[in-house]
Ligand binder design. Structure first.
Ligand code: 76R
Length: 247
């Protein structure tokens, strides 16, 4: 049996994708729409307090295309807290105008292919990656992925050295995008339908296309990458909320 790579786990993650029931929304009384938006504003303020207190992080983005209209990404220290944010939101007036059409449950993961921390609990650089404040970039891209397990292309049958070599090459490509993109890798084996969630943050959406395309030529992705649905969108700010939902 090949050696499993050891991983460090940080905050739990929920990606919560919602479609807006536009027919119900546009025909709702103005006062009700205002109340619903006020609730969402209140949540956004509460979530920034959670982030300031280093008890998690949340971001909202709008999704372009039919897959959803609005998406929430929450990071929290425990699965119970993650459930609580989702349940609290579900009880709002605003949530009644939404339909949850996709969600993804995972946990922030750092693997040890490239570097191994001596004492991760005490290492501030590791801790900030395991418990990150979500970047406030203009755009977000999310997709789930697997490493292939088929015939000669079985990632899980490779030796540690072979996998490490490929992850090194993968990391080098990633690093050439430093400053233009931030990736958060969340592991979801045992939690959701794919093995990882990939969430990318950038101010220029073309960077998502270039990075993902360049990686397709790299062995770790070319031979072993299997991808789910891609979702891309624009960060929602308190200022943009009124405009997006105005009727
Ligand atoms: O964490 C590190 O910085 C070390 C190097 C590194 C690892 C171990 C790294 C760097 N990644 C790692 C692990 Mn990654 N990553 C993806 C995708 O679309 C595709 O083809 C793949 C989707 C992107 C775009 C991306 C970007 N990475 C992983 C893993 C876990 C694999 C495992 O354990 O088997 C997956 C699934 C994955 C997928 N990667 C980077 C990036 C970028 C931009 C970097 C550089 C990060 C930096 O240096 O800041």
């Amino acid at each position: 049996m090949s050696e499993a790579v050891s991983t460090l786990e940080g905050w739990f993650a929920l990606h919560d994708f919602r479609s807006v029931d536009w027919t119900a929304w546009t025909s709702a009384p103005e006062a009700e729409r205002q109340e619903a938006l006020e609730e969402l504003h209140a949540f956004m303020r509460k979530w920034s307090d959670v982030e300031a207190g280093k008890q998690g992080s949340s971001t909202i983005f709008t999704v372009v295309g039919h897959k959803a209209d609005i998406a929430f990404m929450h990071l929290r220290p425990t699965l119970e807290e993650l459930e609580a944010v989702e349940a609290e939101f579900n009880k709002t007036l605003f949530a009644m105008y939404t339909i949850q059409n996709y969600s993804y449950v995972s946990v922030v993961e750092l693997s040890s292919y490239i570097s191994q921390a001596e004492n991760p609990e005490e290492d501030p650089a590791i801790q900030v990656r395991l418990k990150p404040a979500l970047p406030k970039t203009k755009h977000v891209c999310f997709y789930p992925m697997n490493k292939k397990r088929e015939g000669n292309d079985n990632w899980y049958m490779l030796s540690m050295e072979e996998r490490r070599g490929m992850m090194r090459s993968h990391g080098m490509i990633g690093r050439s995008y430093a400053g233009r993109v931030t990736q958060i890798i969340t592991g979801s084996v045992g939690f959701d339908d794919w093995e990882w969630g990939v969430t990318l943050f950038a101010d220029d959406p073309i960077v998502f296309k270039k990075l993902v395309y360049e990686m397709r030529f790299d062995e770790a992705s070319a031979r072993f990458g299997e991808f789910g649905t891609f979702i891309v969108g624009n960060r929602m700010t308190e200022e943009r909320l009124a405009e997006y939902f105005s009727v």
